[in-house]
Design a protein around this ligand. Structure first.
Ligand code: ADP
Ligand code: MG
Length: 593
């Protein structure tokens, strides 16, 4: 027999296994979802690679998943005809921590604990392969990669810190390609090896898997058999009825076992949006992106004409990387398919500009070549058109949230993604018209609820021509700024820009609905109430005082002037017309220190 080699798990793996077992003890059935999701990933990879290398799928054409439940022995076997694993990959993938799902899982557990939540939520997370040990005392993975001519068997037991790998030699167990996972269930979990239960779980957890999932099921059909009819015989004797036949047919149910297709393989984005419920969209979102909260909004659409594609986009309910993180634009948020074949979820600005990189969704294109590469994506005219349409739809969707009855939804959105939109003001001039109505600010007349620019404009005085703002580091300091006095007196509303990015964003916009944005801390603020006579008189009276102050302050100020902009404060420091505002100066200082 071939040698059996023993390996130790990476320390994190043992920790992860502990965590999974302890957090999910009440939600063990997720193991099946995880194994199916891995099988589906493996099939996706194979299908994608066979586009350029058809040889890969020559031995087994059918891409499917088969689950066999042996009730008597408490064993479940799950086989896929996907990409399989080489010996090295077995060590890398099943002996060390897999990156994707895990980090999220750790975070979810923490968030959830902090929020005092229950463990069921965590069950919605992608916890990966090791969840097999929730129900199995021993797991065997026999796998054959097209890259290797040998098939290998990985095996490990629950609560063990090691696993073994050996070559598969039993000819009966050899497979042409793919992976077979065998779960030897713990005695108390043997109930999972019930074919009906497996069928239910598959239907419940995996209806969005786009490969056929077959389960081994007992079936029956009724057939008619001819039987001797003794009763008729006796009747005939008694009643002397000559027309009665001696034979009679009887219905019997013939039982047999066979593979049964258990899921619906039509991807949800190919369905008619009128026939898909919100709950289905939400579920698809949670399952596809391993999320545990429902999205804030979704949009399902088809475009035709110049380019053809179908898409479902989502606005997530929270920012996964934290509210302040704008730089992280490398997400796996958009899954690109070409004619249903999964191509990639690794994008960097090709389909959405970075400030919209929080949008999640699937895009299925009809026009791109199946072997589309990174370079093609970046160069492609089709992709550019797709990007335009996707961005438009994303804005429609966000606008939809902002118009919804439920104000809280948009507050949530703004809290998480407001900064992204402000970044959009700076980086995407072309979409100013779409971004501006979505912005929200506090103002001198609304310190607790943010207002939109539309609300500001509606609230403008008849003679008012501009939108006034003051940039500061907090609402309190904005409120106390002497610049404000005159405007408050005249009941002119002033926007409070209190986040560092606000001022640059507003300056990029320049105007909204033909109303210029005006910084009230600047030198030449004109509120349309100039009184020449009064000013001349004041100049006469205080001209010398100004000169004296300027002399005393020297280069510390550019000039000292008489102003009519204050009502109770004696003086105010303003910034020059063309210079930085005080707020900007403060920010720049912060940056350079
Ligand atoms: P994730 O799916 O998030 O990467 P998992 O713990 O579920 O993490 O799986 C770990 C890795 O093991 C996968 O990324 C994949 O490389 C490999 N793997 C698991 N199951 C299979 C399978 N059926 N076929 C091929 N590779 C698999
Ligand atoms: Mg997985």
């Amino acid at each position: 027999p071939p040698p059996v080699e023993k390996y130790e798990y990476q320390a994190e793996v043992s920790r992860l296994m502990d965590l999974i077992v302890n957090s999910l003890y009440s939600n063990k059935e997720v193991f099946l979802r995880e194994l199916i999701s891995n099988a589906s990933d493996a099939l996706d990879k194979l299908r994608y690679l066979s586009v350029t290398n058809p040889d890969l799928s020559k031995d087994v054409a059918d891409l499917d998943i088969r689950i066999y439940a042996d009730k008597e022995n408490g064993v479940i076997t799950l086989t896929d005809s996907g990409i399989g694993m080489t010996r090295e990959e077995l060590v890398d993938c099943l002996g060390t921590i897999a990156q994707s799902g895990t980090a999220k899982f750790f975070k979810a557990i923490k968030d959830n604990k902090d929020a005092g939540g229950d463990n069921n939520l965590i069950g919605q997370f992608g916890v990966g392969f090791y969840s097999a040990f929730l129900v199995a005392e021993r797991v065997t993975v026999s796998t054959k990669s097209p890259k290797s001519d040998k098939q290998y068997v990985w095996e490990s037991e629950a609560d063990s810190s090691s696993y073994t790998i050996k070559e598969e030699t039993d000819p009966q167990l050899l497979i042409p390609r793919g992976t077979r996972i065998t779960l030897h269930l713990k005695p108390e979990e043997k109930g999972y090896a019930d074919p009906e239960r497996v069928q239910k779980l598959v239907k419940n957890y995996s209806q969005f898997v786009s490969f056929p999932i077959y389960t081994w099921q007992e079936k029956g059909y009724t057939k008619e058999v001819e039987v001797e009819d003794d009763t008729a015989e006796s009747k005939k004797d008694d009643q002397d009825d000559q027309t009665e036949t001696k034979k009679k047919t009887k219905k019997v149910v013939e039982r047999y076992w066979d593979w049964e297709l258990t899921n619906e393989t039509q991807p949800i984005w190919l369905r008619n949006s009128k026939e898909v419920t919100t709950e289905e969209y939400n579920e698809f979102y949670r399952k596809t992106f391993n999320e545990y909260l429902d999205p804030l909004a979704s949009s399902h659409f088809t475009t035709e004409g110049e380019v053809e594609f179908r898409s479902i986009l989502y606005v997530p309910p929270i920012s996964p990387t934290g509210k302040d993180d704008l730089v992280n634009q490398k997400t796996k948020n958009i899954r690109l398919y070409v004619k249903r074949v999964f191509i990639s979820d690794d994008f960097d600005g090709e389909l959405f500009p970075r400030y919209l990189s929080f949008i999640k969704g699937v895009v299925d294109s009809h026009d791109l070549p199946l072997n589309v590469s990174r370079e093609i994506l970046q160069e492609s005219r089709i992709v550019r058109i797709m990007k335009k349409r996707l961005v438009k739809k994303a804005f429609d969707m966000i606008l939809g949230i902002s118009l919804s009855e439920n104000r809280e939804d948009y507050e949530k959105f703004w809290d998480n993604f407001g900064k992204h939109l402000k970044l959009g003001c700076i980086e995407d001039r072309e979409n100013h018209k779409r971004i501006a109505p979505l912005l929200r600010f506090f103002s001198s007349q609304s310190e607790n609820d943010m207002i939109s620019l539309d609300e500001y404009v509606e609230n403008m005085k008849a003679e008012q021509k501009a939108i006034y703002y003051i940039a500061s580091d907090s609402i309190t300091s904005a409120k106390n700024a002497p610049f404000l006095e005159k405007l408050l007196e005249k009941e002119l509303e002033v926007l409070y820009l209190v986040e560092p990015i606000d001022e640059v964003a507003i300056q990029s916009l320049k105007s909204y609905k033909d109303k210029d944005f005006i910084d009230i801390s600047k030198e030449d603020l004109d509120l349309g109430d100039k009184n020449e006579e009064k000013e001349a008189a004041a100049k006469k009276e205080f001209g010398q005082t100004c000169d004296w102050i300027k002399k005393r302050l020297g280069d510390k100020v550019a000039s000292v002037q008489i102003s009519s902009r204050l009502s109770s404060s004696p003086c105010v420091l303003v910034s020059g017309k063309f210079g930085w505002s005080a707020n900007m100066e403060r920010l720049m200082k912060q940056q350079s220190s």
